[in-house]
Design a protein around this ligand. Structure first.
Ligand code: SF4
Length: 467
């Protein structure tokens, strides 16, 4: 029985990827901290950081190299200054020297001390990392393996073995669940909404006042991300020359406000919210994993659809939306995966679509059964979705895909609210299908940029394909 917290699914971090940017930064910082607590900094000569599998294949496009360097310096994804990150990393690479936790300077040369193994993988998970601390005489002081299992979660080989990366969690919850059936059963027997169940569980870790405050802080970061993304123009970094579209979309929407609007103008707003967040993510800005960075636009876009465009929306609704979406995210994490490297994009955009559909259904007055129905619709029509980012960058198809999935989530909620909660395919069966489909999916469609759009779009600059 898992005890994942809603705050593990919604984490304030840095773009462009939760598994490839946030995870490596967390792992590198953890390794640096272990060096310090084992009192090895004094005898440290240099470190060797190796990224394997999907991290090795697409890491440079996802900013994994930058993340490792910042993590070794002691930076945290939640607090690092995203505007200064590139400059700081460039300085380190130019000076060929890095200060571990700001305490010990060591030589650091890209490709010598940071190696991307494009065709080698570690056992247990596609996103493997090995950090080795060496003395000046080349003896090994400390070696650690980490796995970035999606959504910014980082675990060691013991935790990830047996397909249960959450095995370490032991906290006792008042309302434990590991399936939608169990969750609905708790709701029915206790007379609770899904958000109530999650709130009661969260109260084992924190007070309801703090939980509410932290969820509203997450909402505020999401809103700020939309603001940042929709007021910045130009091209996205990485070499694909992808033009940012949210700024222009917002300008058009604001110009049209007060005029007779098109029946689809709300859809334009939702598209703009999602584009803004995912463009900000692609630019390495501050985003909230929801449940991952690649899919970070869907939950906020649908939440802002509720908050800005639905009658009687309020902050209580925002809190309930996020708690309900979190419950569905937990089910995906426990019973399938939220990692594109493990199950393709169905695990990222598919899970996020399902979560957003569930959150919206609850705040629009849906019963727990209708919420489960909406979540099921949200994933069912994303099954089989592959991950094939062009050039290894979280830009095409990722940015637009978030806009498409946001609209799909709203439709899923409305379809579910139009029924009575009874339906043919259960959410549990759809999640199991997603997991099985992910297992059958060829590796080239799982965040390696070796299949799909990534190889069929021929005018990608060669230097991008190499990463
Ligand atoms: S295609 Fe989907 S899973 Fe792959 S990087 Fe883009 S958003 Fe993430």
């Amino acid at each position: 029985m898992s005890s994942t917290s809603v705050f593990e699914l919604f984490k304030i971090g840095i773009g462009p990827s939760s598994s490839h940017t946030v995870g490596p930064m967390v792992a590198a910082k953890r390794f640096a901290t272990q060096l310090q607590s084992a009192e090895l900094l004094e005898s440290l000569g240099y470190v060797r950081c190796e990224l394997f599998g999907s991290l090795g294949a697409t890491g440079r496009g996802h900013g994994s190299d930058k993340a490792v360097i910042l993590g070794l310096m002691g930076e945290d994804p939640k607090t690092t200054d995203t505007r200064l990150a590139d400059e700081r990393v460039e300085t380190i690479l130019r000076q060929e020297s890095l200060s571990i936790l700001g305490l010990k300077s060591v030589p650091f040369r890209d490709r010598e001390h940071l190696q991307m193994h494009k065709r080698r993988s570690l056992p247990y998970h596609p996103n493997g990392m090995r950090f080795t601390a060496m003395a000046d005489d080349d003896t090994v002081l400390l070696e650690r393996y980490y796995y970035s299992v999606g959504g910014g979660f980082v675990v060691n080989e013991k935790a990830v073995a047996g397909d249960d990366p959450l095995k370490e969690d032991t906290i006792e919850l008042p309302h434990p669940f590991n399936s939608a059936v169990q969750l609905l059963d708790i709701c029915a027997t206790q007379g609770m909404a899904i958000s109530d169940v999650v709130m009661e569980n969260e109260k084992r870790r924190s007070s309801d006042k703090d939980i509410r405050g932290d969820l509203l802080e997450i909402f505020e970061v999401m809103r700020q991300c939309v603001d940042n993304g929709s007021t910045t123009g130009g091209l996205l970094p990485g070499g694909l020359k992808v033009k940012r579209r949210a700024q222009e979309a917002r300008r058009r929407l604001e110009e049209a406000s007060g005029q007779k609007s098109s029946p689809l103008s709300i859809m334009d707003w939702v598209n703009m919210y999602a584009l803004a967040i995912n463009e900000e993510n692609a630019a390495g800005g501050r985003v909230v994993t929801a449940p991952t960075n690649g899919a970070a636009g869907i939950v906020p876009a649908v939440l802002l659809y509720y908050f800005n465009h639905c009658d009687n929306a309020n902050e209580d609704g925002v809190v309930r939306f996020l708690l309900t979406a979190g419950a569905i995210g937990m089910l995906f994490k426990m019973n399938a995966s939220i990692s594109g490297a493990e199950v393709g994009c169905q695990g990222e955009v598919g899970s996020a679509c399902s979560m957003a559909a569930a959150g919206l259904t609850e705040v629009l007055g849906g019963t727990p059964n209708q919420v489960e129905n909406a979540a099921e619709i949200g994933i069912e029509h994303n099954l089989g979705l592959t991950c094939d980012p062009i050039g290894g960058l979280v830009q095409i198809p990722c940015i637009e895909r978030n806009a498409m999935a946001s609209i799909k989530a709203i439709n899923a909620a409305h379809l579910a609210l139009g029924g009575d909660g009874t339906h043919y395919v259960s959410l549990d069966k759809a999640i199991k299908t997603m997991r099985d489909t992910g297992r059958d999916m060829k590796v080239k469609y799982k965040e390696t940029s070796r299949g799909g759009l990534a190889v069929n779009v021929v005018d990608v600059p060669v230097n991008i394909v190499e990463c």
